[in-house]
Design a protein around this ligand. Structure first.
Ligand code: PLP
Length: 411
């Protein structure tokens, strides 16, 4: 009989969202008239903006005529999309990139999982806690870890707690690590790192020959000036950082699928014999072999996000979500609940009242306010005692949810 990959059996079976679903189902069966408001899931709700839909339609029409039909495109993405991204998303930040350094893909989730293909298993990996679970689980799947302990920490991974004490930006690891995952603005905490904090990590990486995986999926939600949108705004980052960006949250592409990964040509790692090799070359080889590109209409739709009209419309949707975030944040604060995030990210990370556990607060919020959120402990042990609310809902529901919470916890 064929042998399976044992590493998959080390994973805690996708526990968080199924368990949330189970508890909601149980509640709604017992309370069929309750109007449950869901502020739990990290998915967008607003439709694609008109300029994007227009470009999408036009590109489909191109496929209907022999003169404009497109077959396989470049595995790395079309140059016209890459050039638009460099020009509109990076140049305004003072970041210059070459077209060969940007790779278009169908998602950041798969890119930050697939990137592990080009790294040896011996690398020591550091991951935040709480964290986007993909970073952790994909390292387990490739076999970089032992078993999980009682808390859920896997043997062999260096966990970096992100707590109130360090403003949710992790401290440098005590020992030497080779790969560091950073996500700012952060999911789940909604917090950001300023330039000085990111500089600390870039300097660490360059001093220790480490690589930073920088997940910037939420950069478009930054509202405060001076907060870096890209790791490459930090001096020295082009020598040590790979950046992941996505159209998913930025432009409502969670169902359409388009993202990009930047691998600067100066980022190097060593072979087993100690020779330095550019990771750009390996990632290009990996993508050319295992990936056949994002569809032409999707890339046209993505390009339209950065047209003048497209960006104005996209920005309006982002502003809508961020107004939701403000309503949640200020509403909770008025009820005496301590919360973080929600200023430069569409997530509010609240401290559970009266020191409740994350799951106890989940149950209370569901049973007494008919509001669903995500228990912080589901993102890692350091998330215990915290709770995530998402600003991706519609306004009416957000306002109603906040009113219910205030009725329950407000003085
Ligand atoms: C939503 C999200 C992404 C985007 O994933 P896609 O596969 O591009 O949809 C990446 N990182 C984090 C932390 C996210 O929350």
């Amino acid at each position: 009989m064929a042998r399976l990959n044992d590493n998959y059996l080390k994973l805690k079976a996708g526990y968080l969202f199924p368990e949330i679903g189970r508890r909601i189902k149980e509640f709604t069966q017992a309370n069929p008239d309750a109007k449950v408001i869901r502020l739990g899931i990290g998915d967008v709700t607003r439709p694609l903006v008109p300029a994007v839909v227009d470009a999408f339609h036009k590109a489909i029409d191109d496929l209907t005529r022999p003169e404009t039909f497109m077959g396989y495109g470049p595995e790395q993405g079309y140059d016209w999309l890459i050039e638009t991204i460099i020009d509109k998303a990076y140049r305004p930040l003072g970041v210059e990139l070459k077209t060969s350094e940007v790779f278009i893909s169908d998602g950041s989730k798969c890119d930050c999982a697939n990137i592990l293909d080009i790294f040896d298993l011996s690398n020591k990996v550091a991951i935040g806690d709480p964290v986007y679970p993909v970073y952790n689980d994909t390292n387990v799947m490739v076999g970089r870890t032992g078993e999980a302990d009682d808390k859920g920490y896997y043997e062999g991974i260096v966990y970096l707690p992100c707590t109130e004490e360090n403003n949710f930006t992790p401290d440098l690891p005590k020992g030497k690590v080779d790969i560091i995952y950073l996500c700012f603005p952060n999911n789940p905490t909604g917090t950001v790192a300023d330039k000085a904090e990111l500089k600390k990590w870039v300097d660490y990486a360059n001093a220790n020959d480490a690589i930073i995986f920088f997940d910037a999926a939420y950069e478009a939600f930054i509202t405060e000036p001076g907060i870096p949108h890209s790791i490459y705004e930090i001096e020295g980052a082009k020598k040590c950082a790979i950046e992941f960006r996505s159209f998913s949250k930025t432009a409502g592409f969670t169902g359409v699928r388009c993202a990009l990964t930047v691998v600067p040509e100066a980022v190097m790692a060593t072979t087993s014999k100690g020779e330095k090799v550019a990771l750009n070359k390996l990632w290009n080889r990996r993508q050319s072999t295992k990936f056949n590109g994002v569809s032409y209409p999707v890339q046209k739709a993505a390009q339209a996000v950065y047209s003048e009209q497209g960006w104005r419309q996209t920005k309006d949707v982002i502003d809508y979500y961020m107004e939701n975030a403000r309503i949640i944040r200020e509403g909770l604060q008025a009820a005496g609940i301590t919360c973080y995030g929600g200023v430069n990210a569409p997530y509010i990370w609240l401290k559970t009242p009266e020191g409740m556990s994350s799951w106890d607060f989940f149950d209370k919020l569901l049973n007494e306010c008919h509001v669903v959120g995500t228990p912080g402990s589901g993102f890692g042990p350091s998330g215990e005692g915290y709770f995530r609310l998402s600003a991706f809902g519609d306004r009416e529901n957000v306002v109603a949810a906040v009113e219910r919470i205030q009725r329950k916890w407000g003085k």
